[in-house]
Design a protein. Structure first.
Length: 622
C-alpha cells in the first residue's frame, strides 16, 4: 500500500492500526488536537509563501482580452445605506470584526433582483430611534433601487450577521432568514411586498444567547419541506470576554481583539421543518453536536459526493473545516479529514472565512473554494468523486496570493465562456493595522481569477476595472444579474461603509441561459435541484456539458441569485436536465440561448423571459 496523508488518516479513522516507525513519523506532521485550555489570543499568524503560477497544458485563453470590465455603480443606483459594524479604528472585542452578509433576493417575484443588506451595531450602542437597521432595496428595473425597508417590515436592529433565502412554507413566495449575535429572525414573505416576523411562531426562539453566523435552507431528508442549518461561531458573553490589554492579545506587535483561539467554540444547529410552519431542533439527533468542528463562519450546501442527498461544508475559523456528509437516515457524519478537505496541503488548520461550490474543470463533480486569513493561501479542493477531494490550490495557480484576507467568494462565469471563474472579496479583520507598515491595509482590493480551461486560473485583477481594484473593507458578497443583461454582477457589504454594487460590462458577445426552478413534490424553491446543461453544436463551438445546483446561503454570510446562470460561449441552444430533490428528472431539449426559463417539476415550462442587451434599460449603463 502506498501511504499518503489522506490514506493514513482515512485508515486511522476507520480501524485500529499497528504503526511502523515511518507511519508514526508521517503522523507527526499531521495536525494535532489543540490543548484543552489554549492561550487566549488572536488568530494564529500563517507563513504560507506565494508561489509562481504553475506551468501546465497550453491554455487557449492566455493572452486574449478579458472582454469584461467591472464598475461600482452602488451610489448612482441608490444604494445609500451605510453598514455600521464595530469601531472604525479600534476594536476591543472579536464581535466587532465579522461584518455582515448581503442577498440578491427577488422578493416580489418580478424576475428582477432586489438587494437585502444586513446591518450591525457598535459596543457603545445608539440612542433609541437612531440604531442602524438592515435594508431592503427594490429593483426599479431601470438600473436604480428604492429603499423599501420600512414598508416591507424589515427594519431589524442589533448585531446582524448573515442571511439566506428559501420558501420554507411552500406558499410560492421566498422567505428570508437573518442570523444574529443574539436572536435570529425568520421573515415570512406575505406576497404583497411585506414580511412578518414569525420567529417565535415557527419555534425558532433560542433559549440562550448564541453567535449565529452562516445559514442555509436545505431539504436534508428530502421530504419536500425546507429545513434550516445555522452555523455558530463562539459562545460569547461580552461581560466575561477577555480584553486585549488584559489578555495581552496582539497581532504582529499590534494590540487587537482576542480570539477565537482560547475562546469556547459554538455548536452548529439543524432545524427540521415539521411541514406545518414550525421547526424542531434536531441538532443532537442528527449528530451535529457530536462533531469536533467549531468556530463556524460560512456554509455551503451541495451534493458533494454525488449520491443525490445534500451535504454541508462549513468554513471554520482557526481550526479544521467540517464536512457533514448526509447519511440518508436523518443523520450526518463529519468526514472532512478522510475526505481531504479539512486542512491545508501541509496539514495545518486554517482560518476559513467564506466558501463556494462549483465545477471549475467541468468534469461533472462539484469542487470547493474557501477563503482564509491573511498570510495563507485561499483553498481549492478538486472533487475526485465518492466524497474524496485533492487540494488543488497550488496546482490551480491560487497559491500566488497570500497577503490579503479573504471573505466573500464565488465561482461565477464572468465572460460566459462556459468555464467558472473566481472572485474573492478581501479586507483585513483588524482596523488597527491601518496606517502601519507591518501588514496589508485594512481596506483591500479584490482578487479576480480567469479560468484557463486547463485546470488552472490566471489572476486578472489588474485588468478587471475599478470595481475590482478599488479598496474596501469587504465582507459579505453575493453574485447575480441585477440588470438582467446576461452577465453576472456582484454585491458587497462592507464594514463601516457603503455597499458596493459591481456591475459587469461585457463585450464578449457570448451567449448564456438562466434557469429558475419551481418544485411541486420537491420544495417550492427547488433548492437542491441539480441542473445539467448540454450545448448543441454550432459551426463555432463543440458541445460541452456543465452542472450546477440551486443553493441557499453560501459565499460569506450571503445569498446568491437563485436563478442559475450558465455561459454558453457561441452556442445558441442547449438541452436542459433537472434532477429534483424528490429524485424525479425532467428534460427540456433545445432551449434557445439568452432567455430565463422558469421550469416546474414535472417538465412544465412556466415562463420564458427574453433578456440581454436588447432588453436592458439604458440607465444601467454609465
Amino acid at each position: 500500500m502506498t501511504w499518503s496523508r489522506r490514506t493514513f488518516l482515512t485508515s486511522l479513522s476507520r480501524t485500529a492500526l499497528v504503526l511502523s516507525l515511518e507511519d508514526v513519523l508521517s503522523l507527526a506532521q499531521a495536525p494535532q488536537t489543540p490543548p484543552s485550555t489554549p492561550q487566549i489570543g488572536p488568530r494564529p499568524t500563517y507563513d504560507a509563501k506565494p508561489r509562481p503560477a504553475p506551468k501546465g497544458p497550453p491554455s487557449p485563453v492566455i493572452g486574449t482580452p478579458l472582454g469584461v470590465t467591472f464598475v461600482d455603480v452602488a451610489k448612482q443606483c441608490g444604494l445609500n445605506a451605510k453598514t455600521i459594524y464595530g469601531g472604525e479604528h479600534k476594536n476591543r472585542y472579536l464581535l466587532e470584526t465579522t461584518g455582515c452578509g448581503v442577498a440578491f433576493f427577488d422578493y416580489d417575484h418580478d424576475d428582477w433582483l432586489d438587494i437585502f443588506l444586513v446591518n450591525g451595531s457598535r459596543i457603545e450602542g445608539f440612542p433609541k430611534g437612531q440604531e442602524p437597521v438592515s435594508h431592503l432595496f427594490k429593483n426599479n428595473r431601470d438600473g436604480t433601487f428604492t429603499d423599501v425597508t420600512a414598508k416591507a417590515g424589515l427594519a431589524h436592529t442589533g448585531w446582524g450577521q448573515g442571511c439566506c433565502v428559501g420558501d420554507y412554507n411552500n406558499d410560492g413566495w421566498n422567505d428570508l432568514f437573518v442570523t444574529c449575535y443574539g436572536q435570529n429572525v425568520l421573515y415570512r414573505n406575505n406576497g404583497d411586498g411585506t414580511f412578518t416576523d414569525v420567529t417565535a411562531k415557527a419555534g425558532l426562539t433560542q433559549s440562550k444567547t448564541r453567535w449565529n453566523t452562516g445559514c442555509a435552507f436545505l431539504d436534508y431528508d428530502r421530504d419536500g419541506n425546507l429545513d434550516l442549518f445555522v452555523a455558530n461561531y463562539i459562545d460569547f458573553d461580552i461581560k466575561t470576554a477577555p480584553l486585549p490589554e488584559a489578555a495581552g492579545c496582539a497581532y504582529k506587535g499590534i494590540q487587537v481583539a482576542c480570539g477565537p483561539p482560547g475562546l469556547q467554540g459554538g455548536k452548529n444547529i439543524l432545524y427540521r421543518n415539521n411541514g406545518d410552519g414550525t421547526f424542531t431542533d434536531v441538532s443532537e439527533k442528527s449528530g451535529m453536536l457530536d462533531t469536533i468542528g467549531t468556530y463556524a463562519l460560512s456554509v455551503a450546501v451541495s451534493d458533494l459526493d454525488g449520491d443525490g442527498w445534500p451535504d454541508i461544508y462549513v468554513a471554520n475559523d482557526s481550526t479544521a473545516a467540517t464536512f457533514y456528509q448526509n447519511q440518508k437516515d436523518g443523520t450526518f457524519k463529519d468526514v472532512a479529514i478522510e475526505s481531504g478537505i479539512a486542512y491545508s496541503p501541509d496539514g495545518k488548520p486554517q482560518a476559513g472565512m467564506g466558501v463556494s461550490v462549483g465545477d471549475f474543470n467541468r468534469d461533472g463533480m462539484l469542487d470547493i473554494v474557501k477563503t482564509n486569513f491573511a498570510g495563507d493561501t485561499d483553498s481549492l479542493y478538486l472533487n475526485l468523486g465518492g466524497g474524496n477531494f485533492d487540494d488543488h490550490t497550488y496546482l490551480s495557480g491560487l497559491g500566488v496570493n497570500t497577503r490579503f484576507l479573504g471573505w466573500g467568494v464565488g465561482f461565477f462565469d464572468m465572460d460566459n465562456d462556459g468555464w467558472p471563474d473566481l472572485l474573492m472579496s478581501n479586507g483585513h479583520v483588524y482596523p488597527e493595522v491601518e496606517g502601519t507598515n507591518v501588514d496589508a491595509p485594512y481596506a483591500q482590493h479584490k482578487y479576480l481569477y480567469r479560468n484557463l480551461r486547463n485546470g488552472q486560473f490566471e489572476e486578472v485583477t489588474a485588468e478587471a476595472g475599478p470595481g475590482i481594484n478599488a479598496t474596501a473593507a469587504a465582507r459579505g458578497t453575493a453574485f447575480g444579474d441585477f440588470d438582467n443583461d446576461g452577465d453576472i454582477d456582484i454585491a458587497v457589504n462592507c464594514v463601516n461603509s457603503y455597499p458596493q454594487l459591481i456591475r459587469c460590462d461585457s463585450t464578449t458577445g457570448r451567449n448564456w441561459i438562466k434557469i429558475r426552478t419551481v418544485g411541486t413534490k420537491s420544495n417550492r424553491t427547488g433548492i437542491g435541484a441539480r441542473i445539467t446543461v448540454t450545448t448543441q453544436p454550432t459551426p463555432e463551438s463543440k458541445p460541452f456539458v456543465q452542472i450546477d445546483e440551486v443553493r441557499s446561503g453560501g459565499s460569506y454570510f450571503s445569498q446568491n441569485d437563485l436563478r442559475i446562470h450558465f455561459g454558453l460561449d457561441r452556442a445558441t441552444k442547449a438541452d436542459i436536465e433537472v434532477r429534483w430533490p424528490s429524485g424525479a428528472t425532467d428534460k427540456l431539449p433545445a432551449l434557445a440561448a439568452n432567455n430565463l426559463y422558469v421550469i416546474q417539476e414535472g417538465g412544465k415550462l412556466l415562463k420564458t423571459v427574453p433578456m440581454g442587451s436588447a432588453t436592458k434599460p439604458a440607465a444601467t449603463k454609465s
